[in-house]
Design a protein around this ligand. Structure first.
Ligand SMILES: C[S@@+](CC[C@H](N)C(=O)[O-])C[C@H]1O[C@@H](n2cnc3c(N)ncnc32)[C@H](O)[C@@H]1O
Length: 286
């Protein structure tokens, strides 16, 4: 039977109390993740307390717990985040990739044949998680991730090099303004889509993420309106735009897209996430 180390259980209990007092919603899983990522303790041992740390290591552990108690997201504290099949570096210069955005990658891959040379633009690329995941799954395609933030693009380039996504490159640009007309097969985008007026009600963790990664005007739709205007110019005939939007924006997206359907739009579909929220718009232009 595993031997419990008393000091492990005492230190874990102290950390749980500190995080609970700071209104952190998931103290135990956060502690397990910190122990396994930063101190290489297997998760099952981190849970049972069956491990030993030195005094210096416990001091570092409590320092990390102190950071988490300020509501700094765990991914920024650890400097990494799992997304799709890969681990991405993240810093406060980039949005933390969200699980629902993995549906955007899945959607893009369903639209791309497994062979053939296609050009894909990932607009609002941030850490490059979408662009790099698609590039690694479709090595014959060329993927360009673009973002207005050069500091975000520096992190995207680190991720591209670490994951050897040689068919992926990055470009600093305002939305889709730097691309030639009728040249692109697929545009993906997870743009900012939070309404400014929602800011006061958001979880404190979001305050650590870049403002320009989150907010998009008074109704949260400014960037999506730009995408819907710019994408058809850039796309080849029968090209696709696949974009993420907020869990409560499905109706607003329909109102923006449906008036165009009989003219320049060939097909329009909305895909739901695992929580059954409408999440991804897919438009095939005529
Ligand atoms: C919601 S984050 C998405 C990041 C990444 N694609 C992801 O899914 O994790 C939106 C990104 O859009 C970028 N952005 C904001 N305004 C932009 C603009 N006008 N043109 C291009 N990128 C912009 C932000 O810098 C941020 O990296």
């Amino acid at each position: 039977m595993a031997m419990m180390d008393k000091s492990s259980l005492i230190n874990i209990q102290l950390a749980v109390e500190r995080l609970q007092n700071a209104d952190i919603l998931s103290p135990q899983p956060d502690i397990t993740t910190i122990l396994s990522h930063s101190f290489h303790i297997p998760r099952h041992r981190a849970i049972t307390g069956d491990f030993v740390l030195s005094e210096e290591e416990w001091a570092r552990f409590h320092e990390t717990i102190g950071e988490r108690a300020t509501h700094a997201p765990l991914q920024y504290i650890l400097g990494k985040c799992d997304f799709w099949k890969y681990e991405f570096n993240v810093t406060p210069d980039v949005l933390i990739p969200r699980p629902e955005t993995e549906h955007l990658v899945e959607t893009a891959l369903n639209l791309l044949p497994s062979r053939g040379k296609k050009l894909i633009i990932d607009c609002c690329t941030g850490s490059g998680c979408v662009a790099i995941s698609i590039a690694l799954e479709r090595p014959e395609n060329r993927v360009i991730g673009c973002d207005i933030s050069t500091s975000a693009l520096n992190i995207a380039k680190i991720n591209k090099n670490r994951l050897s996504a040689d068919n992926c490159s990055f470009l600093a640009t305002d939305m889709l303004t730097s691309f030639a007309p009728s040249s692109v097969d697929l545009i993906t985008a997870n743009p900012p889509y939070v309404a400014e007026e929602e800011a006061p009600a958001l979880q404190p963790e979001l305050g650590f993420e870049p403002r320009k990664a989150l907010f998009s005007g008074n109704d949260g739709l400014t960037h999506i309106r730009s995408l819907l205007k710019q994408a058809p110019v850039l796309l080849k005939k029968k090209g696709y735009l696949a974009f993420e939007f907020g869990y409560n924006q499905g109706e607003a997206i329909r109102e923006l897209v449906e008036p165009e359907i009989s003219g320049k739009i060939h097909r329009f579909e909305i895909i739901r996430d695992l929580a059954n929220h409408e999440r991804i718009g897919v438009i095939q232009y005529a």
